[in-house]
Design a protein. Structure first.
Length: 443
């Protein structure tokens, strides 16, 4: 086989990757679950390790030739244990959803009751939402947030007492406040449930000391590795001391649930890159990064609120915020998302608690600061970005989502044409590009 680099071997894919790189260089990436990894993480995840099969665990593989793979996986495991302060870590789950599936498989039987935060209130699909395996295979009950945007413990406690869940999830994808690990642990302990903290969004903040750790309170901790942790796609599943006290077999059960329960061969290039990211997250400058992510989010939230935008829970304690657009109209999220994208600000439409519209046409937008903080932006830039976002929202605030599917399709096509021509958006995009050029990507 010829040793050709991608550029000559497959110019079509090469050019598309380059195009994506240019896009990323010139936009503000503000989807709060995304980040820009280091060159070292990219190098490990694009490495020759992708070729190797290694079903099993270090020292107990079903294939030969795993001498170095064992060392890599052991390094990833020991860094995860050291970084989070846990006695057991599994680094093989392909991503967050498979990791959470493995947790259910490890500690529940099909049909057992489970409990998690309602998806439309910021929770995650895998915490018991009806369209996910977790809602289909288990008897799921969901707790909500109150009108002020904070988790409703009274409801969670009452549901736990009534349904006696075997597993309770704390952690969410669109929750702007500190996660109440201690309070949820009290509820789980009262009913004898396993408490699993899904810290996918905040893992980097936890490691950097910018958010309390769930480790003293939860039995199990899961996280993806590519959000604030700034690693490759992937996930960790960890058992805490408290978890091993509740069930000394918990670590083994988690490992068996991942393999052979749900997955085949681990993605070794991913494992190596996770090890690199965990190494980076233990450097002192990662603490500075994590705190800056939160300071930037607070500054951005202030900038938005000062311009009259309403935030769910009136602010943020972490890396993200949810803008509630219902003061203008329901279902405006898609208009704001697409107009902001045209202006070079990438974020996502999102439901808000008690959303009067639907998940596909929600009434909010979700945005965060992990990636723009990686580029080196600080509070001064957040103030400016908040001003641009408010200006863009002003451009779309009078839009109204038509009621019928047919009308919507015609209306949204016209909207796409309108925003492509919009002079204000073009002007902001230029300014965004200018700002981005001063803050290069890490690769
Ligand atoms: N897709 C992730 C997020 O954006 O939060 C959750 O799985």
């Amino acid at each position: 086989m010829d040793k050709k680099p991608l550029k000559t071997a497959d110019p079509a894919i090469y050019d598309l990757i380059q195009a994506e790189l240019s896009r990323r260089r010139t936009v503000l990436e503000m989807i709060p679950s995304e980040n820009h990894t280091s060159l070292a993480v990219l190098e490990a995840s694009g490495s020759i390790l992708t070729d190797k099969y290694s079903e099993g665990y270090p020292g107990k593989r079903y294939y030969a030739g795993n001498e170095y793979i064992d060392k890599i996986e052991n390094l990833a495991i020991s860094r995860a244990k050291q970084a989070f302060g846990v006695p057991h870590a599994n680094v093989q789950a392909y991503s967050g959803t498979p990791a959470n599936f493995a947790v259910h498989f490890a500690v529940c039987q099909a049909g057992d009751p489970i409990m998690g935060q309602n998806l439309l209130d910021g929770g995650h699909l895998t915490h018991g939402w009806k369209t996910s395996f977790s809602g289909a295979f288990y008897k799921s009950v969901q707790y909500h947030v109150k009108a002020d945007g904070y988790i409703d413990f009274d409801e969670a406690r009452a549901l736990a007492r009534e349904h006696k869940p075997k597993l309770i999830w704390v952690g969410a994808s669109a929750y702007a406040r500190q996660f109440p690990f201690k309070e949820m642990a009290e509820i789980a302990d009262e009913v004898g449930a396993f408490l699993a903290a899904d810290i996918a969004h905040i893992a980097g903040l936890v490691l950097g000391g910018a958010h309390p750790s769930p480790v003293p309170y939860a039995h199990i901790v899961t996280t993806t590795t590519h959000k604030t942790l700034r690693g490759p796609r992937g996930a960790l599943i960890m058992a805490t001391e408290k978890g091993l006290q509740k069930d000394p077999e918990l670590g083994d059960k988690i490992d068996k649930a991942v393999f052979p329960g749900l997955q085949g061969g681990p993605h070794n290039h991913q494992t190596a890159a996770i090890a690199v990211a965990l190494g980076e997250a233990m450097w002192p400058d990662f603490k500075t990064y994590a705190h800056q992510v939160v300071s930037n989010a607070k500054a951005l939230a202030q900038s938005l609120m000062a311009r009259g935008l309403k935030l769910v829970s009136n602010g943020t304690d972490n890396h993200l915020m949810l803008v509630d657009l219902t003061p203008f109209a329901k279902g405006l999220g898609v208009f704001a998302q697409d107009a902001l994208d045209k202006a070079g600000i990438t974020l996502n439409k999102n439901t808000i608690p008690q959303d009067p519209s639907s998940p596909f046409y929600p009434s909010g937008i979700r945005l965060g600061t992990p990636a723009i903080t990686t580029r080196g932006m600080k509070e001064k830039e957040m103030e400016q970005i908040g001003a641009w976002i408010a200006e863009v929202v002003q451009e779309v605030q009078d839009r109204r989502l038509p009621e019928t599917k047919e009308e919507r399709s015609v209306y949204l096509k016209q909207f796409a044409r309108d925003i492509a021509e919009n002079e204000k958006l073009k002007e902001i995009k230029k300014k965004v590009e200018e700002l981005c050029s001063q803050f290069p990507l890490p690769y």
